[in-house]
Design a protein around this ligand. Structure first.
Ligand SMILES: Cc1cc2nc3c(=O)[nH]c(=O)nc-3n(C[C@H](O)[C@H](O)[C@H](O)COP(=O)(O)O)c2cc1C
Length: 406
């Protein structure tokens, strides 16, 4: 009897140790980084839950790089909470039936007004990396934006997209030849727009990465000719090869090297929207980089209305930073965005189910947005643009929202 108690106790202790090791020592170092690899449809009830599930399967350093923001992460959190500062004013007698989510952006017909934001190193989240995301985007009928810092080659991502629309996001290098080479390569591979990111003259101060001493455990092959072997480099070392100064001439420079539409990403101030459009931008992408750059900037949604008003339909407006649900998509479009983009949720879905996980995410967003449109009285995406928003009574009246919503 005594012996069996000792044996059972020993087994329990051993199991506890194994669990603790697996829970807290997920491989995240340079040599032993093991990204998830399951390919399966996933059930999504809420994106907060999705994030928690993803956290359990992505190695710690990779997870913090993806989920984290700059410094105190206040701006990152405000990206989400600022949507609560306005309400949707529902119309219930408009005869809406089975809302139509389809829309067109820069000539591309998409199945819902949500596209994929460019994000570095999807290989941290899944072994299929951006090739998996591209297949999921194609299956979902939306656009994949591909980061310059992708973990697989632009050619492999284009092949996985199988003809679905893809846009290439450029971090300008200091090297003119390299810029011309990568833009020409993207163009020759069938990418249909260039996204010029202008909000990262330096990397944001990302405390989680500093605490983890985070280094990319995987190569970033598309910048390898400029940044050398990126495996083992921190983000600031990689940014060192990139351009540190942005003004109108950066937009003109990229326009001069391609016939593709050039989208300027990272705009938060109406005056910058003017600068970009006057320099030839074909679309404005309002974003604060998911709160990863300047902590202390407003929530991205707070500046959307003012920027959209200044753009005044001269070019399309794309919006990201904080989109997590149908009501967010709805409020952003009602405030002047033509389409919105999602960053982190795509990476979490990829981690949990590969390309099928990405498809599940878009199924979830479609269902959620369709319900919101139905309840709010919007038959089409254009109807969302005509829907009234109301600022909540107890909210800061200095909120920058579109004129219509004030
Ligand atoms: C892990 C990660 C990597 C990112 N890498 C890039 C990048 O390479 N280029 C870029 O323009 N934006 C990058 N972003 C910013 C996204 O394009 C987008 O602006 C942001 O994720 C939107 O916020 P959300 O994650 O709350 O949806 C990255 C974001 C994340 C989370």
């Amino acid at each position: 009897m005594k012996n069996s108690v000792i044996i059972i106790s020993a087994i329990l202790v051993a199991l506890l140790v194994v669990w603790l090791v697996m829970r807290f020592n997920r491989p995240g170092g340079l040599d032993k980084y093991q990204a998830p690899y399951n390919v399966q449809s996933i059930t999504i009830i809420d994106i907060d839950d999705l994030q928690k599930q993803a956290r359990a399967v992505i190695p710690q350093g990779g997870y913090d790089y993806i989920a984290g923001g700059a410094e105190t992460e206040r701006t990152m959190h405000r990206n989400i909470t600022s949507f609560d500062m306005v309400d949707i004013y529902p119309r219930v007698l408009r005869g809406v039936d089975e809302p139509d989510l389809r829309t067109v952006i820069l000539g591309e017909q998409i199945s819902l007004p949500v596209i994929i934001a460019p994000a570095a190193a999807h290989g941290l989240a899944h072994t299929s990396a951006e090739a998996g995301t591209a297949r999921g985007a194609a299956a979902s009928g939306t656009i994949m934006s591909v980061s310059n810092y992708a973990s697989v080659s632009l050619a492999e991502i284009a092949a996985a997209g199988n003809g679905a629309p893809q846009w290439f996001q450029l971090y300008l290098s200091k090297d003119d030849k390299f810029n011309r080479h990568i833009v020409a390569l993207a163009e020759s591979l069938g990418y249909r727009a260039i996204i010029l990111t202008v909000d990262a003259p330096v990397g944001g101060n990302r405390i989680r990465d500093l605490r983890n001493d985070f280094k990319f455990p995987l190569a970033l092959p598309n910048v390898a000719p400029k940044s050398g072997n990126t495996k083992g480099q921190g983000i600031s070392a990689i940014f060192a090869a990139a351009q540190n100064r942005f003004a109108a001439e950066a937009v003109r420079y990229v326009k001069s090297m391609t016939n593709l539409p050039v989208i300027v990403k990272g705009i938060q101030h109406p005056d910058d929207a003017d600068v970009a459009i006057e320099a030839g931008a074909d679309a404005i992408w309002v974003s604060n980089h998911g709160g990863r750059q300047l902590d202390g900037a407003p929530g991205a949604f707070e500046v959307l209305g003012d920027v959209a008003k200044r753009v005044n339909k001269r070019v399309p407006v794309i919006f990201d930073s904080g989109i997590r649900r149908g009501t967010h998509i709805f409020k952003a479009i009602a405030s002047g965005a033509d389409v919105v983009a999602v960053g982190r949720p795509v990476i979490y879905a990829l981690a949990l189910g590969g390309w099928k996980g990405v498809e599940s995410l878009f199924d979830y967003l479609k269902e959620d947005l369709r319900r919101v449109m139905w309840l709010a009285g919007a038959q089409t995406v254009n109807d969302i643009k005509r829907t009234e928003l109301r600022i909540r009574d107890n909210c800061d009246k200095n909120l920058h929202l579109s004129e219509k919503s004030l």
